[in-house]
Design a protein around this ligand. Structure first.
Ligand SMILES: [Zn+2]
Ligand SMILES: [Zn+2]
Length: 287
Protein backbone atom coordinates (compact mmCIF):
# COMPACT_ATOMS: atom_id res chain seq x y z
CA UNK A 1 0.00 0.00 0.00
CA UNK A 2 2.75 2.44 0.97
CA UNK A 3 4.58 1.70 -2.26
CA UNK A 4 1.45 2.48 -4.31
CA UNK A 5 1.06 5.83 -2.53
CA UNK A 6 4.66 6.73 -3.17
CA UNK A 7 4.52 5.69 -6.81
CA UNK A 8 1.38 7.64 -7.55
CA UNK A 9 2.90 11.12 -7.20
CA UNK A 10 4.35 12.44 -10.44
CA UNK A 11 7.88 13.66 -9.74
CA UNK A 12 10.51 14.50 -12.33
CA UNK A 13 13.07 16.99 -13.57
CA UNK A 14 13.63 19.37 -16.45
CA UNK A 15 15.72 17.35 -18.89
CA UNK A 16 17.39 17.87 -22.24
CA UNK A 17 15.90 16.87 -25.61
CA UNK A 18 19.36 16.63 -27.16
CA UNK A 19 19.23 13.76 -29.66
CA UNK A 20 15.42 13.89 -29.99
CA UNK A 21 12.30 14.58 -27.94
CA UNK A 22 12.14 10.94 -26.81
CA UNK A 23 15.61 11.29 -25.25
CA UNK A 24 14.13 13.45 -22.48
CA UNK A 25 11.84 10.53 -21.59
CA UNK A 26 14.78 8.12 -21.52
CA UNK A 27 16.73 10.51 -19.30
CA UNK A 28 13.74 10.66 -16.92
CA UNK A 29 13.77 6.87 -16.71
CA UNK A 30 17.52 6.95 -16.00
CA UNK A 31 17.00 9.16 -12.95
CA UNK A 32 14.09 7.02 -11.76
CA UNK A 33 11.49 9.76 -12.39
CA UNK A 34 7.95 9.25 -13.70
CA UNK A 35 7.63 12.78 -15.11
CA UNK A 36 9.73 15.14 -17.20
CA UNK A 37 9.74 18.75 -18.33
CA UNK A 38 11.30 19.62 -21.68
CA UNK A 39 11.80 22.57 -24.00
CA UNK A 40 10.10 22.06 -27.37
CA UNK A 41 12.98 23.94 -29.00
CA UNK A 42 16.05 25.94 -28.08
CA UNK A 43 14.81 28.17 -25.26
CA UNK A 44 16.94 31.17 -26.24
CA UNK A 45 16.25 31.27 -30.00
CA UNK A 46 13.16 32.32 -31.93
CA UNK A 47 13.75 29.93 -34.82
CA UNK A 48 12.11 26.51 -34.85
CA UNK A 49 12.26 23.64 -37.31
CA UNK A 50 9.14 21.76 -38.39
CA UNK A 51 8.57 18.52 -36.52
CA UNK A 52 9.30 15.28 -38.32
CA UNK A 53 6.38 12.80 -38.11
CA UNK A 54 8.84 10.10 -36.95
CA UNK A 55 9.91 12.29 -34.02
CA UNK A 56 6.27 12.57 -32.92
CA UNK A 57 5.64 8.82 -33.22
CA UNK A 58 8.84 7.92 -31.40
CA UNK A 59 7.98 10.31 -28.56
CA UNK A 60 4.47 8.88 -28.12
CA UNK A 61 5.74 5.30 -28.25
CA UNK A 62 8.43 5.96 -25.63
CA UNK A 63 6.06 7.88 -23.39
CA UNK A 64 3.74 4.89 -23.32
CA UNK A 65 6.41 2.22 -22.96
CA UNK A 66 8.37 4.09 -20.26
CA UNK A 67 5.20 5.52 -18.64
CA UNK A 68 6.58 9.04 -18.17
CA UNK A 69 4.28 12.07 -17.78
CA UNK A 70 5.50 15.00 -19.94
CA UNK A 71 5.28 18.76 -19.38
CA UNK A 72 6.71 21.38 -21.76
CA UNK A 73 8.29 24.74 -20.94
CA UNK A 74 8.08 27.57 -23.47
CA UNK A 75 10.99 29.72 -24.65
CA UNK A 76 12.25 32.45 -22.32
CA UNK A 77 12.16 34.94 -25.19
CA UNK A 78 8.36 35.04 -25.43
CA UNK A 79 6.87 38.22 -23.97
CA UNK A 80 3.13 38.46 -24.60
CA UNK A 81 3.00 41.61 -22.44
CA UNK A 82 5.28 43.63 -24.69
CA UNK A 83 4.31 46.89 -26.36
CA UNK A 84 6.93 46.41 -29.08
CA UNK A 85 5.16 45.24 -32.28
CA UNK A 86 8.16 43.19 -33.43
CA UNK A 87 8.45 41.36 -30.08
CA UNK A 88 4.68 40.78 -30.00
CA UNK A 89 4.67 39.29 -33.48
CA UNK A 90 7.59 36.98 -32.70
CA UNK A 91 6.10 36.06 -29.32
CA UNK A 92 2.71 35.14 -30.81
CA UNK A 93 4.36 33.12 -33.59
CA UNK A 94 6.64 31.34 -31.18
CA UNK A 95 3.94 30.59 -28.58
CA UNK A 96 1.65 29.37 -31.38
CA UNK A 97 4.35 27.04 -32.70
CA UNK A 98 5.00 25.73 -29.19
CA UNK A 99 1.38 25.01 -28.40
CA UNK A 100 0.92 23.25 -31.75
CA UNK A 101 4.03 21.19 -31.09
CA UNK A 102 2.74 20.21 -27.64
CA UNK A 103 -0.57 19.18 -29.19
CA UNK A 104 1.22 17.07 -31.81
CA UNK A 105 3.26 15.40 -29.05
CA UNK A 106 0.13 15.13 -26.85
CA UNK A 107 1.79 17.08 -24.04
CA UNK A 108 -1.08 18.40 -21.88
CA UNK A 109 0.64 21.47 -20.39
CA UNK A 110 2.93 24.19 -21.72
CA UNK A 111 4.48 26.31 -18.94
CA UNK A 112 4.92 29.96 -19.92
CA UNK A 113 6.54 32.96 -18.24
CA UNK A 114 3.68 35.47 -18.57
CA UNK A 115 5.90 38.39 -19.54
CA UNK A 116 7.45 41.65 -18.58
CA UNK A 117 5.83 45.11 -18.53
CA UNK A 118 8.88 47.18 -19.52
CA UNK A 119 7.91 50.85 -19.30
CA UNK A 120 4.14 50.18 -19.45
CA UNK A 121 1.91 50.06 -16.38
CA UNK A 122 1.47 46.55 -14.96
CA UNK A 123 -2.30 46.76 -15.70
CA UNK A 124 -1.67 47.61 -19.35
CA UNK A 125 0.87 44.79 -19.64
CA UNK A 126 -1.48 42.24 -18.05
CA UNK A 127 -4.21 43.27 -20.50
CA UNK A 128 -1.77 42.72 -23.39
CA UNK A 129 -1.16 39.17 -22.14
CA UNK A 130 -4.91 38.48 -21.95
CA UNK A 131 -5.49 39.80 -25.47
CA UNK A 132 -2.54 37.94 -27.03
CA UNK A 133 -3.37 34.66 -25.30
CA UNK A 134 -6.98 34.94 -26.45
CA UNK A 135 -5.75 35.56 -29.99
CA UNK A 136 -3.57 32.42 -29.87
CA UNK A 137 -6.33 30.25 -28.36
CA UNK A 138 -8.85 31.49 -30.90
CA UNK A 139 -6.51 30.65 -33.76
CA UNK A 140 -5.38 27.28 -32.41
CA UNK A 141 -8.06 25.03 -30.95
CA UNK A 142 -6.89 22.02 -28.97
CA UNK A 143 -6.35 20.41 -25.62
CA UNK A 144 -2.93 21.67 -24.43
CA UNK A 145 -3.29 24.26 -21.71
CA UNK A 146 -0.89 27.12 -21.05
CA UNK A 147 0.22 27.19 -17.42
CA UNK A 148 1.24 30.70 -16.36
CA UNK A 149 4.28 30.51 -14.12
CA UNK A 150 4.59 32.44 -10.86
CA UNK A 151 7.68 34.67 -11.11
CA UNK A 152 10.16 36.08 -8.59
CA UNK A 153 9.09 39.59 -9.62
CA UNK A 154 12.38 41.29 -10.32
CA UNK A 155 11.89 44.71 -12.00
CA UNK A 156 8.90 44.81 -14.33
CA UNK A 157 8.48 41.01 -14.55
CA UNK A 158 4.80 40.14 -14.22
CA UNK A 159 3.13 37.34 -12.21
CA UNK A 160 4.94 38.11 -8.97
CA UNK A 161 1.62 37.67 -7.16
CA UNK A 162 -1.26 35.20 -7.33
CA UNK A 163 -3.46 38.25 -7.88
CA UNK A 164 -1.77 39.06 -11.21
CA UNK A 165 -2.15 35.49 -12.47
CA UNK A 166 -5.75 35.37 -11.22
CA UNK A 167 -6.44 38.56 -13.15
CA UNK A 168 -5.21 37.05 -16.45
CA UNK A 169 -7.32 33.91 -15.93
CA UNK A 170 -10.41 35.91 -14.99
CA UNK A 171 -10.16 38.26 -17.94
CA UNK A 172 -9.47 35.58 -20.56
CA UNK A 173 -12.23 34.35 -22.87
CA UNK A 174 -10.44 30.98 -22.83
CA UNK A 175 -9.81 30.51 -19.11
CA UNK A 176 -10.48 26.77 -19.47
CA UNK A 177 -7.28 26.56 -21.52
CA UNK A 178 -5.22 28.38 -18.90
CA UNK A 179 -3.53 26.96 -15.82
CA UNK A 180 -0.87 27.87 -13.29
CA UNK A 181 2.65 26.62 -12.62
CA UNK A 182 3.72 27.41 -9.06
CA UNK A 183 7.50 27.69 -8.75
CA UNK A 184 8.48 27.37 -5.07
CA UNK A 185 11.71 29.36 -5.51
CA UNK A 186 9.91 32.15 -7.36
CA UNK A 187 6.99 32.54 -4.93
CA UNK A 188 9.44 32.51 -2.01
CA UNK A 189 11.62 35.16 -3.65
CA UNK A 190 8.46 37.14 -4.44
CA UNK A 191 7.70 37.30 -0.72
CA UNK A 192 5.48 34.30 0.13
CA UNK A 193 7.40 32.78 3.05
CA UNK A 194 5.99 29.26 3.39
CA UNK A 195 8.81 27.79 5.50
CA UNK A 196 6.56 27.20 8.53
CA UNK A 197 3.22 25.37 8.71
CA UNK A 198 1.48 28.71 9.38
CA UNK A 199 3.26 30.45 6.50
CA UNK A 200 2.48 27.49 4.25
CA UNK A 201 -1.25 27.70 5.00
CA UNK A 202 -1.20 31.49 4.58
CA UNK A 203 0.39 31.13 1.14
CA UNK A 204 -2.27 28.66 -0.03
CA UNK A 205 -5.03 30.83 1.40
CA UNK A 206 -3.67 33.67 -0.73
CA UNK A 207 -3.50 31.36 -3.75
CA UNK A 208 -7.10 30.15 -3.34
CA UNK A 209 -8.23 33.72 -2.84
CA UNK A 210 -7.31 34.52 -6.46
CA UNK A 211 -7.02 31.18 -8.25
CA UNK A 212 -9.25 28.11 -7.85
CA UNK A 213 -7.04 25.07 -7.07
CA UNK A 214 -8.10 23.12 -10.23
CA UNK A 215 -6.12 25.68 -12.28
CA UNK A 216 -2.89 24.51 -10.65
CA UNK A 217 -1.25 22.19 -13.20
CA UNK A 218 2.46 22.05 -12.35
CA UNK A 219 4.70 22.68 -9.34
CA UNK A 220 8.33 23.60 -9.93
CA UNK A 221 9.99 22.30 -6.79
CA UNK A 222 13.14 24.37 -6.37
CA UNK A 223 14.87 25.56 -3.21
CA UNK A 224 16.14 29.16 -3.22
CA UNK A 225 19.67 30.49 -2.77
CA UNK A 226 18.20 33.88 -1.78
CA UNK A 227 15.95 34.80 1.19
CA UNK A 228 12.17 35.34 1.10
CA UNK A 229 11.22 38.61 -0.57
CA UNK A 230 14.62 39.05 -2.27
CA UNK A 231 12.93 39.05 -5.72
CA UNK A 232 16.07 37.27 -6.94
CA UNK A 233 15.56 34.02 -8.86
CA UNK A 234 18.39 31.60 -7.92
CA UNK A 235 17.49 27.94 -7.66
CA UNK A 236 19.14 25.64 -5.11
CA UNK A 237 19.07 21.90 -4.41
CA UNK A 238 16.05 20.76 -2.39
CA UNK A 239 16.70 21.26 1.33
CA UNK A 240 19.99 23.11 0.83
CA UNK A 241 18.62 26.62 0.38
CA UNK A 242 16.64 29.26 2.29
CA UNK A 243 13.34 27.37 1.89
CA UNK A 244 14.56 24.20 3.57
CA UNK A 245 13.37 20.61 3.71
CA UNK A 246 10.34 21.10 6.02
CA UNK A 247 8.48 23.24 3.49
CA UNK A 248 9.03 20.61 0.79
CA UNK A 249 7.72 17.97 3.18
CA UNK A 250 4.53 20.02 3.64
CA UNK A 251 4.24 20.29 -0.15
CA UNK A 252 4.76 16.59 -0.82
CA UNK A 253 2.21 15.56 1.81
CA UNK A 254 -0.50 18.11 1.02
CA UNK A 255 -3.54 16.06 -0.13
CA UNK A 256 -4.63 18.94 -2.41
CA UNK A 257 -1.39 18.63 -4.35
CA UNK A 258 -1.03 14.86 -4.53
CA UNK A 259 -2.04 14.67 -8.19
CA UNK A 260 -0.05 17.75 -9.30
CA UNK A 261 3.16 16.96 -11.21
CA UNK A 262 6.29 18.19 -9.40
CA UNK A 263 9.36 19.10 -11.44
CA UNK A 264 12.81 20.01 -10.13
CA UNK A 265 14.84 22.65 -11.97
CA UNK A 266 17.82 22.63 -9.65
CA UNK A 267 21.45 23.34 -10.57
CA UNK A 268 23.20 20.48 -12.30
CA UNK A 269 26.42 19.42 -13.86
CA UNK A 270 25.15 15.89 -14.45
CA UNK A 271 21.99 13.76 -14.33
CA UNK A 272 23.09 12.45 -10.93
CA UNK A 273 22.11 15.78 -9.35
CA UNK A 274 18.61 15.54 -10.82
CA UNK A 275 18.41 11.96 -9.59
CA UNK A 276 19.39 13.21 -6.12
CA UNK A 277 16.68 15.91 -5.98
CA UNK A 278 13.99 13.57 -7.32
CA UNK A 279 15.03 11.00 -4.68
CA UNK A 280 14.85 13.64 -1.91
CA UNK A 281 11.32 14.68 -2.90
CA UNK A 282 10.14 11.06 -3.05
CA UNK A 283 11.70 10.34 0.34
CA UNK A 284 9.60 13.13 1.91
CA UNK A 285 6.29 11.47 1.03
CA UNK A 286 4.94 10.00 4.25
CA UNK A 287 3.70 6.44 4.01
ZN1 LIG B 1 10.10 28.75 -15.86
ZN1 LIG C 1 13.65 30.39 -11.69
Amino acid sequence: MSIILQESQLIGAHLSIEGGYYKALERAKQIDANAVQLFTKSNRQWAARPLAPQAIELFKEKRNSLNIYPVAHASYLINLASDNPDIILKSIESASWEIQTCQALEIPTLVLHPGSAGSQSREQALDNIVRNLDYIFEKIPGLTCIALETMAGQGSVLARSFEEIGYIINQSKYSERLGVCLDTCHVFAAGYDFTTATGYQAMWNQFINYIPIPYLKVIHANDSKKPAGSQVDRHEHIGKGCIGIEAFSLLCNDPRLRHIVKIVETPKASLEEDAYNVRILKSLIKK
